[in-house]
Design a protein. Structure first.
Length: 296
């Protein structure tokens, strides 16, 4: 792959930037800083940035079928949040085990059902990051108005939730295990089966968040690896994008033709630089896929 020109969109100095999603009606990108308990929004036309604080870590953001409401995944609960009033309007889920456990990455499947992962809570009360030592993470799905369903457990950090363009394959990962999985998926009933290893033991960093393009290739941010790797449907490496930060964390396609890839980043205490914790973008040579909204 040709190395693209990477542009910094927002210098928010996040401790752990995460959860980015493009909002097409607002032409805005929303993302979070987990450790500072912040939700950010950048209006792409003007570059203006707003931030809102919460009482728990904010780990991911999902669109909903109401363009004014976002689903915010917090450490111990999932809520609907009104982007006009900046208020929580409903609680969809409370995580058993919070605050010892917390929610992590989340995305919406082709049927409009939210899938999310959990992990040992590594965010300290002062906002610092602790090491994850327990394999207590689980994979859940949550349809609006229903109880959450736990699918699989025993993971370190559940990350990377994505679906193939034909909706027949689901991808998810375990950061601690340095492993991405795939399984067969029923997009009508939101059923996952037949988990198998898809991409494992890549030596550059650990798998964090991902997005999938229209050709079915997974773009995976490599925490600690200073790159985003594009993985073919057969699990081979199709290309590597070098990033100006060591810890890219998650990515999402944007723009009317889905040709822009946005990605967040986290601070690096071992090798600090002024770019870390920023929101970035670059133009791709392929079309991406857009985020599916949660069906309310």
């Amino acid at each position: 792959m040709i190395q693209p020109h990477i542009r910094r969109l927002a210098a928010t100095q996040d401790i752990c930037g995460e959860g980015c999603v493009w909002h097409p009606q607002q032409n805005a990108v929303y993302w979070t800083d987990i450790n500072r308990r912040l939700l950010h929004r950048c209006l792409l036309a003007s570059g203006s940035i707003e931030s809102w604080a919460f009482d728990q870590p904010v780990t991911a953001v999902a669109l909903t079928t109401d363009q004014n409401l976002l689903a915010l995944i917090l450490g111990g609960r999932i809520v609907l949040w009104d982007s006009r009033t900046h208020q929580e309007t409903d609680i969809l889920f409370r995580l058993p085990g919070w605050p010892a456990l917390r929610c992590n990455d989340a995305r919406v499947d082709p049927a409009g059902v939210l899938w999310f992962g959990t992990m040992q809570n590594n965010v300290q009360p002062d906002g610092s990051t602790a090491q994850v030592t327990a394999w207590e993470g689980a994979l859940y799905s949550l349809a609006s108005g229903s109880e959450a369903k736990q699918w699989q457990s025993g993971f370190g950090i559940v990350n990377t939730l994505a679906w193939s363009p034909n909706c027949e394959t689901m991808y998810f990962g375990d950061t601690l295990a340095n492993c991405l999985y795939r399984g067969s998926f029923d997009p009508v009933r939101s059923l996952l089966a037949n988990r198998e290893v898809f991409f494992a033991d890549f030596p550059r960093g650990l798998p964090d968040g991902s997005s999938i393009d229209a050709e079915g290739y997974l773009w995976n941010c490599r925490f600690g690896g200073a790159c985003i790797v594009r993985i073919a449907p057969d699990g081979s490496i199709a290309g590597i994008i070098e990033t100006p930060v060591r810890n890219p964390t998650t990515c999402a396609f944007a723009a009317s033709d889905a040709s822009t890839l946005l990605f967040t980043s986290a601070a690096d205490a071992a090798q600090p630089n002024e770019l870390e914790g920023s929101l970035f973008s670059f133009e791709t040579s392929v079309r991406g896929t857009f985020s599916t909204p949660l069906r309310l």
